[in-house]
Design a binder for this molecule. Structure first.
Ligand code: IMP
Length: 179
């Protein structure tokens, strides 16, 4: 099993690139089915979701658009509880079927606030596709993702876009912190 070290923590490989690929394919299959004949707007949440979005959206076959938003609520390994819009929406969501693409839903604060924002901006529907979901940590019920790559227990993970203070996003697998 592969391991990496970052900031004094040891991380062990938890999802291999092959496992990730099949999880992402299952998410894409559901989206392809649900959005057939529609024209969704995918809103990718930077920075963490960029690798998941890249893999997922290559597998999505429906006629669609992709835009980006950048938010930040984390410092180190704990949420600050406050969402900052570092790069706001660049494209109108009015009248659109929006699919937010996220790396991980943890407390749900980010998605809770983003969904409210999209609805306030006039989106027709708002759904969420997240590579990972931590159900035990969810504090906002409306933030449960509609499409989930994999659910995990309450552990900190890195790789495949997920970072620890900006580092380790480029790992090709997802690693779990070893307690
Ligand atoms: P939430 O708002 O509490 O749901 O947190 C969502 C954001 O926190 C994600 O988009 C990530 O950027 C970050 N985050 C939550 N858990 C982890 C983790 O295990 N590793 C890296 N980032 C995480």
């Amino acid at each position: 099993m592969r391991t990496v070290q970052e900031q004094g923590h040891l991380f062990e490989e938890w999802l291999t690139p092959e496992q990730i690929n099949s999880d992402v394919q299952l998410v894409a299959d559901q989206i392809n089915k649900d959005y057939e004949g529609k024209e969704p707007l995918f809103v990718v949440v930077l920075n963490g979701a960029f690798i998941f979005a890249s893999d997922l959206l290559k597998k999505v076959k429906v006629h669609s658009e992709i835009t980006f938003i950048r938010v930040s609520s984390y410092w180190g390994m704990a949420s600050t509880g406050k969402l900052e819009f570092l790069v706001p929406l660049q494209q109108s969501v009015r009248g659109r079927d929006v699919v937010i693409v996220e790396d991980v839903v943890d407390t749900g604060l980010t998605i809770h606030q983003l969904k409210a924002h999209m609805r306030a901006e006039g989106a027709t529907s708002v759904r969420v596709a997240s590579m990972l979901f931590k159900p035990d940590k969810l504090e906002y019920n409306d933030a449960k993702p509609d499409y989930i790559g994999r659910s995990i227990t309450n552990e900190f993970v890195i790789g495949y876009g997920l970072d620890l203070d900006g580092f380790m996003r480029n790992l090709d697998a997802i690693y779990k912190v070893k307690q």
